[in-house]
Design a protein around this ligand. Structure first.
Ligand code: ADP
Length: 666
């Protein structure tokens, strides 16, 4: 029989119980006549009205009625009761039903029944037994008095409207605990952190380090632009807007920021490493930005200082090397003069040769010093051409052969292929080979230095092996670092600055190659292997093509360094040339007023008119002879300027005499 059909047969004064639903049915079926409450038709109108409302509502509702607090509840309330109390709770006296929590709810019911008014509780803990187990449960509920004029205090019963908030309370508690946890982590962080909420970047959380960074100003609840007005025009708000809009993280490194770090108005320059990380809600919408970073001001300032000191050191080295070059030139000339003029006196010639060797050594040191300072300042570019590696090796071997022979060392060549070319800078490659060969000579007392050239697919390999003192295995990598020497505490018998191998490595790497050192240990010799990308194209333009002539020339030397000018004059005179030396541009012009010259050897750093100006003037006056610049300035710009001024050649002091002769005789 359906409830609807049944409801039709109810006596008229029971119609407040008509309708469908389990609880209506149960209330209708309950033997109320056997209870103090009597038959439903005799119940007070106030109870009937409230009960009718409760049974029609989808909200969970519960009623305690009369002195016994007899219970009614609607369908929505059933599940709150659980199996233990439903359906037995219907018509049961309240105290009996809720004995376990009566201490908690009893006084509240008592309060309402005494006519003191309604109660309201939010998220109150009222443990509930469900499925036979007592569970923690939270409720938001109101106890509302049901007015009944005939009842004591005018209150017939209590209407309970409630909802269970257990899930929400537990979730909130969980998120609170999580928030506490990250907050305590953030609080202890060594970096600064804050959370900015919303489009206007309002401070929601700030950790102590952040507070410290901004001079302990009050931030919470304020938008960034208002709390830290000094950052508005420094680009940070625009960055935050972008992160908030795009959802993309932003990283900043050593970013300068001017901040008011104390109570005064003065802004202080700070540097920060930081991350702006977008924060999302459950629906993936951006809610704010987490700012996390470090104040790296000290690090930046120290780095700047180190860089400045390093730059000053590089500039000093460059100047030192440049200044050292000047005196080397006359000494070299004097040595050459001794060798050439003392054919009859072998002892003096030998002294001259020794002097020349030492000058060559010193020149290498100075060149390395100059090069490394230029390289570290990024001032070296390669002049690339197709270079024959065997030619480059031959040139390098020619340079070191006198020293090797002097020490009784043999140099053995094994060229495993006819022509192996690389795209490179001939001068620089020769310089690398000279450095390696010089080391082989320097660190060997006996045996053979083997130079091997081979090729494999697209790679060319040069290996230089000696039978000298060897290198400890632990140092094989570090010897390529600047200023590293195997044992610089010894008596420095080998000299050197620990620059050569660093230079070689940088230059080879600039060519796209690699270098590695091998040694079986102390006393067992060393091997350096260079690998370079090979090229097929052969371009002879970079190779020397000088054809010597034996014609004697009239030469004018212009150099304000009198020693340099005079010693060079002596040497060239010895070769049969007609040589005059003048020490100023004015004297040079006077010379040309009456004479001419086949070749002019000119210093650039002259007082009054410098070398470029003098050269231009001579060319303008119609001088057709050869102009050779001999100078301490050897950078690309200097060479270009010399060319523009009308020079035919540019040589760096101290010049190798034989090369100068080649140029004069051209
Ligand atoms: P320098 O020779 O001026 O000290 P380098 O940079 O050319 O500087 O070499 C660094 C160090 O590597 C040398 O001091 C030496 O200890 C070691 N070394 C280089 N070449 C050899 C070699 N052929 N045999 C033994 N040790 C070498």
């Amino acid at each position: 029989m359906s409830n609807l059909v049944e409801s039709k047969v109810l006596p008229e004064d029971r119609t407040f119980l008509s309708g469908t639903g389990e609880m209506r049915q149960r209330i209708r079926d309950y033997p109320w006549c056997q209870t103090e409450l009597g038959p439903p038709e005799a119940w007070p109108q106030s109870l009937k009205t409230v009960l009718r409302i409760a049974l029609s509502s989808g909200y969970p509702m519960f009623i305690w009625w009369g002195e016994q607090l007899v219970q009614f509840y609607n369908d929505a309330y059933r599940e709150y009761l659980g199996e233990a109390r439903h359906p037995v709770a219907l018509a049961m006296p309240g105290k009996q039903c809720w004995a376990d929590v009566w201490e908690m709810i009893g006084p509240q019911i008592e309060y309402v029944m005494s006519g003191l008014g309604p109660t309201w509780d939010e998220n109150r803990w009222v443990p509930t037994t469900r499925h036979g187990v007592e569970e923690d449960a939270y409720w938001t509920y109101s106890y509302t008095p049901i007015d009944e004029p005939n009842a004591p205090n005018g209150v017939g019963g209590v209407l309970v409207v409630c909802s269970e908030t257990t899930k929400m309370v537990l979730a909130e508690r969980q998120s609170f605990v999580e928030k506490q946890r990250w907050q305590s982590l953030f609080d202890q962080s060594a970096g600064f952190m804050c959370i900015l909420k919303g489009k206007d970047h309002t401070f929601e959380y700030v950790n102590p380090k952040y507070q410290q960074l901004i001079g302990n100003r009050k931030l919470l609840g304020k938008p960034l632009a208002e709390a830290l007005p000094e950052v508005v025009n420094q680009g940070f708000i625009a960055l935050l807007d972008e992160v908030f809009k795009s959802g993309k993280t932003h990283h900043g490194e050593a970013t300068p920021v001017k901040l008011q770090t104390d109570s005064g108005n003065k802004l202080e320059q700070r540097y920060v490493d930081f991350v702006y990380q977008p924060l999302f809600d459950d629906n993936n919408a951006i809610t704010g930005v987490l700012v996390d970073g470090y104040d790296v001001t000290e690090r930046v300032l120290v780095t700047e200082k180190i860089q400045q000191a390093d730059k000053r050191k590089d500039e000093f080295l460059a100047m030192l090397a440049h200044e050292l070059r000047n005196p080397l030139a006359p000494i070299r000339n004097a040595a050459e003069w001794l060798i050439r003029s003392q054919q009859q006196n072998p002892e003096l010639a030998e002294t001259g040769a020794m002097l020349a060797r030492q000058i060559t050594h010193l020149t290498h040191l100075v060149d390395d010093l100059l090069d490394i300072s230029r390289i570290t300042r990024g001032k070296i570019t390669l002049q690339r051409n197709a270079v024959s590696l065997s030619d480059a090796l031959d040139q390098a071997i020619d340079t070191v052969l006198p020293d090797a022979t002097h020490k009784g060392l043999k140099v053995a060549l094994v060229y495993n292929a006819e022509s192996i070319h690389v795209q490179g800078d001939l001068t620089r490659l020769v310089q690398c080979f000279i450095n390696l060969l010089n080391n082989a000579v320097k660190y060997s007392e006996r045996g053979v230095i083997s130079v091997e050239l081979s090729a494999e697919d697209q790679r060319a390999m040069v290996s230089i092996r000696d039978q000298g003192i060897g290198i400890p295995t632990t140092m094989l990598d570090s010897i390529f670092e600047l200023f590293v020497q195997v044992d610089n505490s010894l008596d420095r018998a080998h000299g050197g600055l620990g620059i050569g191998l660093s230079l070689v490595k940088i230059i080879i790497e600039m060519h796209g190659g690699t270098i590695k050192a091998d040694s079986k240990g102390a006393g067992l010799g060393s091997e350096f292997t260079i690998t370079l990308p090979r090229t097929e194209a052969v371009n002879k333009s970079g190779l020397p093509t000088a054809a010597l002539t034996s014609e004697y020339k009239s030469i004018l030397i212009v150099d304000d360094n009198m020693d340099g000018a005079n010693s060079l004059q002596q040497l060239l005179t010895l070769e049969g040339h007609k040589v005059k030396a003048v020490f100023s541009s004015k004297d040079a012009l006077l010379h040309f007023a009456e004479h001419t010259a086949d070749v002019v050897l000119m210093d650039i750093g002259l007082p009054e008119l410098n070398g470029y100006e003098l050269a231009k003037l001579l060319r303008a006056q119609g001088f057709k002879g050869r102009l050779i610049a001999i100078t301490g300035y050897g950078q690309m710009d200097d060479i270009k300027n010399a060319e523009l001024a009308g020079f035919d050649h540019h040589m760096i002091k101290p010049v190798v005499f034989s090369t100068l002769l080649d140029l004069i005789n051209k």
